[in-house]
Design a protein around this ligand. Structure first.
Ligand code: URA
Length: 231
């Protein structure tokens, strides 16, 4: 994107005024003065400042990340070895995660600067499905499966009905419509199972397919629309 376009998209000035401002030497790109309005900017990477104040791209940004184990879903935590935004380029580190995954849980996490969408995804009222691959410490018995699907009491409140499908060996797939704290682990623990591996593979219409562990990508326009974001 051209520097002039970046500034006008950020809502600071009109495109024409942006060109004049750039030519007057008030704009820096990664701490270097730039006088050329058509200079190329990579919004997710470059730091643009006007009169020494950072200008953030105003457009809505939506990315998904395939979180590895051992990474904490907070933006800053001085006790955490690694936090999710360490996996993003500098220009995307202002984005917020939509919900959380435990440190030991892997998989799909959406990050965005669209606060409305974060509310929608994390609020049970909106019923966004979340699908997990689970490895248990032993094979799930059908009576326990039925019990968990119906609803388990956690902290005095029943979990909403969910669906479980049995996979090979000790693996199952579970689809939830809510996201309480450590919900999958606690639902299985309540029936005497330990979750050894947990990975979120889908959230609403979003899927992790094709995204390597530790990597991120932008949502496509279609995905943004499907999940309820703004283009
Ligand atoms: N359920 C859990 O137990 N942990 C997660 O990170 C997500 C769902």
């Amino acid at each position: 994107m051209r520097l002039q376009v970046f500034l006008s998209k950020a809502g600071i000035v009109s495109r024409r005024a942006a060109a004049d401002i750039i030519k007057s030497g008030k704009v820096t790109l990664n701490n270097k003065k730039i006088f050329e309005p058509s200079y190329k900017v990579i919004p997710e990477k470059d730091i643009v400042s006007l009169n020494n104040k950072r200008v953030l791209p105003r457009e809505r940004l939506y990315v998904i990340l395939n979180k590895p184990k051992g990474v904490t879903t907070t933006k800053k935590d001085r006790f955490a070895a690694k936090v999710i935004i360490d996996l993003l380029p500098r220009g995307l580190r202002h984005l917020n995660p939509a919900g959380r995954l435990d440190k030991d849980t892997q998989g799909l996490i959406l990050l965005t600067n669209d606060g409305d969408l974060i509310n929608k995804i994390t609020h049970p009222r909106f019923n966004v499905d979340k699908e997990y691959d689970v490895t248990l410490d032993r094979q799930l018995l059908s009576r326990d499966k039925a019990r968990i699907e119906k609803g388990i009491e956690l902290d005095g409140k029943y979990t909403a009905p969910c669906s479980i499908s049995l996979k090979k060996n000790k693996k199952v797939e579970i689809t939830l419509h809510e996201g309480r704290k450590r919900q999958v682990r606690r639902m299985f623990a309540a029936s005497g199972y330990r979750v050894l591996e947990l990975k979120r593979i889908k959230e609403g219409s979003l899927s992790l397919e094709g995204l390597e562990e530790g990597k991120w990508r932008y949502l496509t326009e279609r995905e943004v629309t499907q999940i309820g974001g703004i283009l």
